[in-house]
Design a protein around this ligand. Structure first.
Ligand code: MGD
Ligand code: MGD
Ligand code: SF4
Ligand code: MO
Length: 691
């Protein structure tokens, strides 16, 4: 019998997390027996989070889908019968061909970040659907509002090096919870604290990170823009500015000063629910500490004014000149630093009908509306991969009604039988990260991480890329780009002539498993201005926004739903609900694994003692959380960690494992953000009652 000695394979954590860890997988006789964080990549530092440290339980789970199946029960019932790959692919190809003969835009791909790998999330899938002429999907569900706000001020998704934060004197974590969702980034903040930095956390709820801060400020959700404008007002009124930096590297200071004049701490206090004195003091501390670093995260972009808030916060470091230092400035995402060759990966040029039929774009955050209401043409087929829309998309009653449509042909490619998989007509088994090839950029550090296949696919599972190659063949497509191997796609992922890509050759990546972008160290991207905006400056005034019909100066956009902005609604639904990530789940990934379900226990709702008392709610009691859109159930955790007027539902539970078939998205709204077309998960009024 052929045997092999145990060996180590370089892999990358596939999940939607800023840390993109490098993993070392020990393989013995074709079986992965051990997984650990790379000691070689400094950012990973030998450690994985608790979820992914147990990734082998996911790979070898009894719940894995291993064979193609077709639906035998009613839609959503989740009853399937095993079929062969040939039958599955023939069925899909025949349905797609019939629909495409009328109008291919009636076919919609739906994917997000089940894996973040460039090959398995934005390579062959995009090429296939472009060639088909399918509807385009606007992938807005997480970060597009923040990205739009950041871009308006800074130009692109580039910021400070998160490793440099160790030398900051003041760190503001704004709308993030790194202890849970950016653990390796948090390690650098802890080191900064050990070196004497002060940590301020701005979060409506006393998160795991807020509990470790020197100062926790808890504004009402969706009011960060007002806080940032008031900080600017104080910085300007009290002359805590770097005048040289402002003069040389910013655009529109006079107009900004005029704009924020009215945003006194008193006015912002009324909006945010923070004491005016705390706002003034925060601005003074920020204006006098150097270097100062703001770590924004996406918690603050899930409200009506999400983009405006990020835009305003992104202006702060230019006022104080914090960008002069590598350890200063701000960071939302590092993703713009990676020279990804999107055109080579995704091949939008394969789209056939541009001349006669304009492409149609569907916003994934409104998938319920799209399935129920889209016309010209209506959506007749949906192909879901790397995502679990039934559970993660807002206003899930509407999403469910859309997927229930008897005339909708639904393909789901999945590792597990998720809430969405239950609605498939054809359910395909997907490989895990250990079973396929990929290469990853990151959004919370500056390294590329390689992923070599460690083991053979389990059962008949296949990678996303492979299924699209096979479907392309079945559809009679002949373009060579549709048949490239995963190695070829990975090799073309980065623009090789870009100076930052110097170390990113396939050979170098395979050898070590990772490579840092070729950037100067220390890395202070805007020390001399050079912002990637149209003017080359940090744009307090944005002509581009004006041309798009947006307010050109930083402004405050109130929540769709809050006691101040919508008192009539608040009279019926007085509590603001947020539903941020539970520590032991990753979106809905891991929320079906026995180990992590046991750790999370049951769906909970954190509520302030005064709000609980007003409703006669006792600790642990089963609650009904509801509004006009729907209802779900959770058990009361009475705690001052939730500020008065706020309830917190750690998420995202599988609907079918939550006890009542619903999760927090039963009540969230499918309205959109001010810019970027993002969802407003944390802009949601509810009432709570004993169930
Ligand atoms: N363990 C774990 N890690 C994860 C995930 C997970 O599900 N579990 N998800 C991953 C994904 S996809 C993402 S996008 C990131 C998300 O992680 P983050 O970007 O950190 O965002 P959230 O966790 O949504 O929210 C962070 C904090 O913002 C607070 N917050 C909510 N609303 C507001 C507001 O209006 N203003 C302010 N200032 N704060 C607010 C929340 O209470 C929360 O504590 O984490 C990734 N990492
Ligand atoms: N209420 C509420 N809702 C939220 C959020 C919130 O904070 N509160 N957060 C939002 C955010 S930030 C995000 S990013 C979204 C996340 O939404 P999604 O990106 O949909 O995240 P997951 O729920 O983890 O679903 C990913 C699915 O992809 C599958 N998968 C993994 N790898 C592969 C693969 O290689 N091939 C295929 N075919 N499938 C694979 C996994 O098994 C998993 O079921 O949810 C959003 N929804
Ligand atoms: S911390 Fe993030 S990147 Fe690292 S193993 Fe966990 S989920 Fe993956
Ligand atoms: Mo996300």
């Amino acid at each position: 019998m052929p045997t092999e000695t145990p060996h180590i394979v370089h892999c990358a954590c596939p999940h939607d997390c800023p840390d993109t860890c490098a993993m070392e997988v020990t393989v013995d006789n074709g079986r992965a027996v051990k997984i650990r964080g790379s000691k070689d990549l400094p950012f990973t530092n030998g450690a994985l989070c608790t979820k992914v440290a147990h990734y082998l339980e996911r790979v070898y789970s009894q719940q894995r889908l291993l064979y193609p199946m077709k639906r035998v029960g009613r839609k959503g019932e989740g009853r399937f019968e095993r079929i062969g790959w040939d039958e599955a692919l023939d069925t899909i190809a025949a349905r797609f061909a019939a629909i495409a003969a009328d109008d291919p835009r009636a076919i919609l791909p739906y994917s997000y970040a089940g894996t973040m790998g460039l090959v398995q999330s934005s390579g062959m899938d995009r090429r296939f659907f472009h060639r088909l002429g399918a509807s385009l999907l606007d992938r807005t569900i997480c970060s597009s509002a923040g990205a739009a706000g950041w871009k308006a001020s800074i130009g692109s998704s580039v910021g400070m090096d998160p490793e440099a934060i160790v030398d900051a004197r003041l760190i503001i974590v704004w709308g993030g919870n790194p202890v849970v969702s950016n653990l390796h980034g948090w390690r650098y903040m802890q080191e900064a604290k050990r070196r004497g930095a002060r940590l301020v956390v701005i979060d409506p709820w006393r998160s795991e990170t807020a509990a470790k801060a020197d100062l926790h400020l808890a504004p009402m959700p969706g009011t960060d823009g007002a806080l940032a404008l008031a900080m600017m007002q104080v910085l300007i009124a009290e002359d805590l500015l770097d005048h040289d930096y402002v003069a040389a590297h910013t655009l529109g200071f006079e107009a900004l000063a005029e704009r924020v004049r009215e945003w006194t701490p008193d006015r912002a206090a009324a909006v945010t629910g923070l004491p005016a004195e705390a706002i003034r003091q925060l601005a003074r501390d920020y204006g006098s500490a150097s270097p100062s670093a703001i770590r924004l995260n996406y918690g603050l972009n899930r409200c009506a004014g999400g983009a405006a808030a990020v835009r305003a916060i992104a202006c702060l470091p230019a006022l104080t000149g914090a960008w002069r230092h590598a350890a200063g400035g701000a960071l939302l995402s590092t993703s713009g630093a990676f020279p990804v060759d999107i055109a080579a990966l995704e091949r939008p040029d394969l789209y056939p009908h541009a001349a006669t039929r304009p492409p149609r774009t569907v916003n994934m955050s409104q998938i319920g509306e799209a399935l129920l209401e889209a016309a010209d043409p209506p959506i007749r087929a949906i192909y879901v991969y790397n995502s679990n829309p039934l559970a993660v998309a807002p206003d899930s009653n509407r999403v469910r009604a859309g997927f229930m449509r008897e005339d909708l042909f639904c393909v789901v490619h999945e590792q597990f039988q998720t809430d969405t998989a239950d609605y498939a007509d054809i359910l395909l088994p997907a490989t895990t990260q250990l079973e396929h090839r990929d290469v990853h950029k990151a959004y919370g550090h500056l390294n590329v991480v390689d992923n070599q296949p460690a083991i053979a696919p389990l059962g008949e599972a296949r990678p996303n890329s492979e299924v699209f190659r096979l479907l392309a063949g079945r559809m009679g497509f002949t373009e060579p780009a549709l048949f490239e191997s995963d190695d070829e796609i990975a090799a073309a992922a980065f623009r090789q002539r870009d100076p930052r890509a110097l170390g990113l050759t396939p050979a170098a990546l395979a050898e070590r498993g990772w490579a840092r972008l070729e950037l100067p160290r220390p890395y202070a991207p805007f020390a001399r201005g050079e912002f990637p905006t149209p003017s080359g400056k940090c744009e307090f005034f944005s002509q581009r926004l004006a041309e798009q019909g947006h307010e050109p100066l930083p402004c405050y956009v109130p929540p769709h739903e809050s006691p101040l902005s919508n008192p009539e609604l608040a009279a019926r639904y007085p509590l603001a609900m947020i539903s941020p990530p539970a520590r032991n789940f990753l979106n809905t990934s891991f929320a079906n694994m026995p180990r992590f379900l046991a750790l999370e226990g049951r769906p909970t709702l954190a509520i302030h003692p005064a709000d609980a008392a007003a409703r006669g709610i006792a600790e642990g009691e089963r609650l009904r959380i509801f509004n006009d859109r729907g209802a779900f159930h959770a058990h009361a955790v009475i705690t001052e960690r939730a500020r008065p007027g706020l309830v917190v539902a750690p998420s995202i539970w599988w609907q079918k494992l939550s006890g009542d078939g619903e999760n927090a998205n039963a009540v969230t709204s499918s309205k959109l953000t001010d810019m970027g077309g993002g969802p407003v998960f944390y802009d949601c009024l509810v009432e709570v009652a004993i169930a």
